[in-house]
Design a binder for this molecule. Structure first.
Ligand code: AHR
Length: 650
């Protein structure tokens, strides 16, 4: 057991003493008729960043790594054999000029190349995979290529042939249907006849993608996002928006149009942690801004793009030349204005036409935009200001999100909040990766926030124990903390846990919400907390008090209540972080006397260290049971170390 877990438990034990002295005061007074602040439909959302191989190798369903040979070392991901060289003359795609030349002129000794995928290529027996490449024959004469799927022992799972002919670049496709399921297969391309052939943009995609989109998302991972019922979808980062320098910043215009000609970018998580280097981590941008908007639509979430504000990552780069001077910001500001046109403009507008040509003539209905990620100091507001002016002038209906920096409190935070008020941004993005103790103490954080200022977007948060592992402890602390989001729904309008995804064999940062390998995924206890909030958001907060006070940790209890006007239900969420049962009298003021049906969803474990893993994905999962209560007063039993969600028919 880690130190922080011990501390959490000892905190529980400490307050248990108080509990026994005050047992009779466990009464929640809930005023069902006193409808309070609306809970925004965007309240509980998700934040996606390409970290931990979350995009390429994760959500983006492409199975080939370095498909365009554009990594700094063009053979990363590939094992060439025989006579294979990298070329750039007369390329097929001007923004991705590298391609490979395979030559097999004399002996039939074998020329070709293998791709290793992302820690292997995950394939399923009997499912269909679209293989494609661009190719030309140097002589123009037909050349046969053998396309195989093999495992590490070279056992053959599938074999097809393609015949390349003509001197011009052409696209060739074939469907592969593997005869076995394998998480770590390899793709092998071998010349089957003599000649010299050029190959480019070699791709392998499952036919089954989320919503059957071409160039789509891995079905199980995207479905897991939809299952959270997210209200908002923040993308594409995070630190990758900033880049380590100007050249590596995220530029959305490079991520749209035909995928073959989207120029790649190194991923900063390639080298950020010296003890966890991933030289094979790049952004193909196959998952680009069009796909992000489309995915938002497919999962029913409001899109929330984050744009670079003219600053490189302030942690990584203090060179002032790597920041854009304030008087040269116009191209950055144009990127923001053009993005709004790309998302919302008519198909006749310049950027709206590109969206329409990509297959989405209808607008994406963008309402929110964030400028800057984790910026701090005067460098930030002086850059944000011209963005705000330009966006307000052209698109007054768009809500602008500014940042309060990387810390949850302290000097930078205290400087930026007033600055955000001065600039009149609509929402302020707060980030906190903090200890279990911080999360438990923070349940009242927003109770004292200014009700007149910008609203809060908790854009990145996660409970970080000393060992930085996902566990029931962290999930329970988050559940307790989030009661404060809901109780303060007049101030907190959006919140998104971070990061979202991690590949079990290629991660840089943890904890994360969803872990996966090449074939399966596991939902953490933290995922289930997010899901319980997402599915039980309600429409309006109602007062819930114990001895006249909001329940923010007294006797290890954290609680909030809401009504759902759409379904006519009362929703009560209670976290019990103590190690004893608690009997609570619910005093349901305003609920008609008599029996009311409902459900109780319980997330509980007696082991704070309990985790869900790929091998044991159900160690901590919510359990739903039907209940019937007698209004207006009912006694309920709160299990120790539990998060309970009651839904009661009004
Ligand atoms: O979520 C991981 C990183 O944490 C994000 O990229 C960054 O914004 C924060 O520092």
């Amino acid at each position: 057991m880690t130190k922080s877990m011990k501390k959490a438990i000892s905190l529980c034990l400490f307050s248990m003493g108080a509990l026994s002295l005050m047992a009779q005061s466990n009464e929640f007074k809930i005023d069902v008729q006193k409808t309070g602040a609306p809970i925004q439909s965007t309240m509980y959302g998700i934040f996606f960043e390409d970290i931990n191989f979350g995009a390429d190798g994760g959500l983006y369903a492409e199975l080939i790594k370095n498909r365009s040979f554009e990594f700094e070392n063009p053979f990363v991901g590939w094992t060439p054999f025989g006579n294979v060289s990298v070329q750039t003359k007369n390329p097929c795609f001007d923004r991705n000029p590298h391609y490979v030349r395979l030559s097999y002129e004399k002996e039939l000794t074998g020329t070709g190349l293998d791709n290793e995928g992302f820690k292997g290529i995950g394939i399923r027996e009997g499912e269909k995979y679209d293989f494609s490449l661009y190719a030309r024959s140097q002589s123009g004469m037909p050349i046969k290529l053998r396309i195989n799927l093999v495992n590490s022992q070279n056992d053959l799972y599938e074999q097809k042939e393609i015949e390349v002919s003509g001197k011009e670049w052409k696209k060739y496709t074939v469907v592969l249907t593997p005869g076995a399921t394998e998480a770590r297969s390899r793709l092998r391309i071998t010349m089957a006849t003599k000649g010299t052939v050029d190959l480019e943009h070699i791709s392998l995609f499952p036919q089954k993608t989320f919503n059957n989109r071409p160039n789509g998302m891995r079905a199980d991972l995207a479905q897991a996002l939809k299952d959270l019922k997210p209200g908002v979808f923040r993308f594409p980062g995070g630190c990758i928006v900033e880049g380590t320098n100007k050249a590596t910043r995220y530029q959305w215009k490079n991520t749209i149009g035909p995928v073959e000609n989207r120029s790649i970018n190194i991923n900063r998580w390639n080298y950020t942690f010296s003890h966890k280097k991933f030289p094979d981590y790049y952004q193909s941008y196959g998952l680009g801004f069009f796909e992000y908007f489309q995915l938002s639509e497919d999962i029913g979430a409001e899109p929330l793009p984050v744009l670079n504000c003219g600053l490189s990552c302030q942690y990584e780069n203090q060179d002032p030349n790597e920041n854009c001077p304030v008087d040269k910001l116009q191209p950055y500001i144009d990127d923001a204005l053009d993005l709004i046109e790309f998302a919302n403009g008519p198909a006749t507008s310049k950027w709206g036409k590109i969206r329409a040509d990509m297959g989405h003539p209808a607008p994406f209905n963008l309402k929110l935009i964030a400028i800057g990620n984790e910026q701090w100091g005067p460098l930030y507001p002086e850059r944000l200001e011209p963005f705000v002016k330009a966006i307000r002038a052209k698109y007054p209906e768009i809500k602008i999100i500014g940042s309060s920096g990387p810390q949850s409190e302290g000097e930078d935070f205290d400087y930026l909040w007033p600055e955000m008020k001065r600039l009149k941004v609509d929402l302020v993005d707060e980030h906190f990766y903090r200890s279990p103790e911080w999360f438990l103490n923070g349940a009242k954080r927003y109770d004292s926030y200014d009700r007149q200022g910008p609203k809060v977007f908790a854009g990145e948060y996660a409970c970080h124990p000393a060992n930085r592992e996902n566990s029931f402890l962290t999930a329970l602390c988050e559940a307790a903390f989030m009661t404060g989001f809901e109780r303060n729904a007049d101030v907190v309008h959006l919140c998104t846990y971070a990061p979202l995804f991690a590949h079990v064999d290629a991660w840089q940062w943890r904890p994360d919400l969803i872990w996966f390998d090449n074939l399966s995924l596991v939902k953490t206890p933290n995922y289930y907390v997010q899901q319980l909030y997402g599915h039980n958001a309600g429409t309006n907060v109602i007062p819930l008090t114990m001895q006249g006070e909001p329940v923010t940790g007294q006797q290890d209890l954290y609680a909030t209540a809401a009504v759902d006007k759409r379904s006519d239900e009362l929703i009560i969420k209670v976290a019990n972080t103590g190690i004893r049962n608690k009997r609570i009298k619910l005093n349901l003021n305003g609920l008609s006397a008599g029996k009311h049906k409902g459900t109780l969803t319980l997330l509980h474990s007696s082991d704070l260290e309990a985790k869900n893993t790929l091998c044991n994905p159900s160690a901590v999962v919510p359990v739903v049971s039907d209940i019937e209560i007698e209004a207006p007063q009912v006694e309920v039993n709160l299990k120790p170390l539990s998060f309970s969600v009651y839904r009661i028919k009004l």
